[in-house]
Ligand binder design. Structure first.
Ligand code: GLA
Length: 392
């Protein structure tokens, strides 16, 4: 099974953690279906860790906690499906999940069968408590094999946080997404840290297996399971824009039932969603991390040898010939990054230039002499969809 674009949806972990239950999941599904989020592409309603009883039943199966899910999982899945949405669940490739519930190691086929019977469409698969003697790629191949033989199409979302050089082997397991970061929390420091860590990983993105930068914190406003300080509106905008430009899955993590207008506006930015979901799905590249002039790249050096860029400029070729360009200011002070969109950076040819549409304001700008001059407030960004037009 192949998926053509990174998954979009909602996951319970960031806000609810252990406090997950049927009511939250069903009300969230209602909200996604009625608020316009569904039309924007948000599709998967995913229950993360802590849904099961601590012990398996006598058949060796995992059992949904009857206090949290009194009607069982098939009931919840049917409800989510009745809203035209898809249903996701969570397990772990170790002997226990990260929160100490049963893990799927050595129960892969039993669990995959249950997931299929319950109507699961997406499985997030974590990496805590994996046996020390088993390689990471084997842990994921075991479940991949079980899912591929369970009789139902299930998106396989690997979550080994990049451990054991995940990027080198994850595609061979058949996973559709892989967590290329550690866990996010609701703070600017976390956004910046995760974003900067991706520069070295852009080249692994795409081809049916997408780098997953972790769930969104937009709209959490300092409340919930992974809440810390919370972020400003500008910071949430920068977060969403970076994730979209990098082509990460867009999995909402706030309590949608209480989402404010500002969060909804960010989550429903159609231009950014279109960039994220572009059907050609070409990997992004970094415009302002250039090799030293005339330096030939050694075979083993990483594509980008800039670490912790504080004003990264990211570009992506889109399917219709446009180019997405984002310029970010991770500094705590105003910055004026100048980004040159020249032949070196973009492949621009003589006689042509770019017309830039700002994805937040819709305003159109033209770069002067091929250069975008920006003035960015701390923690802010600008993102354009750039069109190739005739130069005058
Ligand atoms: C790990 C994952 C998180 C979440 C928790 C649940 O930390 O990376 O995304 O699923 O486990 O316990």
């Amino acid at each position: 099974m192949i998926i053509n674009t990174p998954p979009m949806g909602w996951n319970s972990w960031n806000t609810f953690g252990e406090e997950i239950n049927e009511k939250v999941v069903m009300e969230t599904a209602d909200f996604i279906a009625s608020s316009g989020l569904k039309e924007c592409g948000y599709e998967y309603v995913i229950i993360d860790d802590c849904w099961a009883l601590r012990e398996r039943n006598e058949k060796g199966e995992m059992v949904p906690d009857p206090e949290k899910f009194p009607n069982g999982m098939r009931y919840v899945a049917d409800y989510v499906h009745s809203k035209g949405l898809k249903f996701g669940m969570y397990s772990c490739g170790g002997t226990m999940t990260c929160a100490g519930y049963p893990g799927s190691y050595d129960h892969e086929f039993v669990d995959a069968k249950c997931f299929a019977e319950w109507g699961v469409d997406y499985l997030k698969y974590d990496y805590c408590y994996h046996p020390e003697t088993t390689y990471g790629h084997i842990v994921y191949k075991r479940m991949a094999l079980a899912l591929a033989n369970c009789g139902r199409d299930i998106v396989f979302a690997a979550c080994s946080w990049g451990a054991e050089n995940t990027k080198a082997w994850i595609k061979e397991t058949g996973a559709h997404t892989w967590r290329s970061t550690g866990d996010i929390n609701d703070s600017w420091a976390s956004i910046k840290d995760l974003a900067q860590s991706q520069i070295q990983k852009v080249e692994y993105n795409g081809n049916g297996c997408y780098n997953d930068m972790d769930m969104l914190i937009v709209g959490m406003n300092g409340k919930g399971n992974v809440a810390l300080t919370g972020c400003t509106e500008e910071e949430y905008k920068t977060h969403f824009a970076f994730w979209a430009l990098m082509g990460s899955p867009l999995i909402i993590g706030c309590d949608l039932r209480k989402a404010d207008e500002s969060a909804m506006k960010i989550l429903m930015n159609k231009e950014l969603i279109a960039i994220d979901q572009d059907k050609a799905y070409r990997q992004p590249w970094v415009l302002n991390c250039r090799r030293e002039e005339n330096k030939v790249r050694e075979q083993e050096t990483p594509l980008y040898d800039c670490y912790q860029l504080d004003q990264p400029a990211i570009a992506r070729f889109l399917d219709n010939g446009d180019i997405a360009v984002g310029i970010f200011n991770f500094l705590d002070r105003e910055a004026k990054p100048r980004v040159t969109l020249d032949a070196f950076g973009l492949g621009e040819c003589t006689g042509k230039t770019l017309e830039l549409t700002n994805v937040w304001t819709g305003e159109i700008e033209k770069p002067r002499n091929g250069t975008i001059e920006t003035k960015l407030a701390p923690h802010s960004c600008v993102v354009y969809r750039a069109k190739v037009v005739d130069a005058k």
